[in-house]
Design a protein around this ligand. Structure first.
Ligand code: SF4
Ligand code: SF4
Length: 250
């Protein structure tokens, strides 16, 4: 009897077992990585999705055996580092996600690997700092400080120093900080009547995100103008904080 492919049906997502001490067992993780990488090796559908899969396939193709058993396990981390947990491979590509018996959830496996790396203290200070988008924004997206930081980020001597100390490449373009945050200057308009559409509610609460709030407030202001033009009432989400997505990439 043939086995039906998993994503001919809605994928099933098992909860992340992060409170279980076994979740952080590195040996068990490496065994599971080897199992999953071997399946991916025979499939390769996700080659074009992100850099994690080309990194994985290059490791296997360049190994002595041309198979996953030819890849040293400490090289697995190069694949993990390339995953930014967008979930596209699980949601759109993989035919082996649950309920398929192969039970393959590539993003959740990458997340487990990242959690183990974090617990072992192997995440550098640089990464933790860059992932603290809310804290950095609160500190730097204010008048005078923002202009100073923006100028400094384009100064080659300072960038060489940053490269040496924090290993942020001197050519890496860094986003400018806005001297005035979106949330401090957003002109929401709550006075319009709520008119629900057929498929969408007729009012909007804006979660600005760190990037719009601290770096590109103009995009948020444009959105508010469009919504006001269409007489859609808007408010800002109260007590907004970082969604935590950057920290999932650590
Ligand atoms: S979840 Fe990770 S491995 Fe999957 S497509 Fe996104 S970045 Fe690539
Ligand atoms: S995640 Fe699934 S679809 Fe993507 S390469 Fe691996 S087995 Fe194939």
């Amino acid at each position: 009897m043939s086995v039906r492919e998993g994503n001919l049906e809605p994928p099933t997502r098992h909860p992340i077992d992060w409170k279980n001490p076994d979740y952080y067992h590195e040996g068990a993780l490496l065994t599971e990585l080897e199992r999953v990488f071997d399946i991916c090796h025979g499939c390769r559908r996700c080659l074009s999705l992100c850099n994690a899969f080309p990194t994985l396939f290059d490791l296997m193709d360049d190994s002595a055996t041309g198979e996953v058993d030819g890849v040293a396990k400490d090289k697995y981390w190069a694949v993990v580092d390339q995953c930014y947990l967008c979930d596209v491979c699980f949601m759109t590509k993989c035919p082996y996600v649950p309920p398929h018996p192969w039970n393959l959830d590539f993003p959740h496996l990458m997340l487990r690997a990242k959690a183990i790396k974090f617990k072992k203290g192997q995440v550098p200070f640089r990464d933790k700092l860059l992932a603290s988008t809310d804290a950095l924004g609160k500190l730097l997206a204010i008048p005078v400080v923002a202009q100073t930081v923006n100028a400094a980020s384009k100064n080659q001597a300072l960038r060489s120093g940053l490269d040496k100390v924090l290993k942020i490449h001197h050519d890496r373009q860094l986003p400018d900080y806005a001297p005035q945050r979106f949330r401090a200057s957003a002109r929401t308009q709550a006075q319009f009547p709520v008119r629900d559409g057929q498929r969408a509610p007729g009012k909007v609460a804006i979660f600005s995100t760190c990037y719009i709030n601290y770096h590109e407030p103009g995009i948020g202001h444009d959105l508010l103008k469009i919504l006001a033009h269409n007489e859609v009432p808007t408010i800002l989400v109260e007590r907004e904080a970082c969604c935590g997505m950057p920290k999932l990439e650590l």
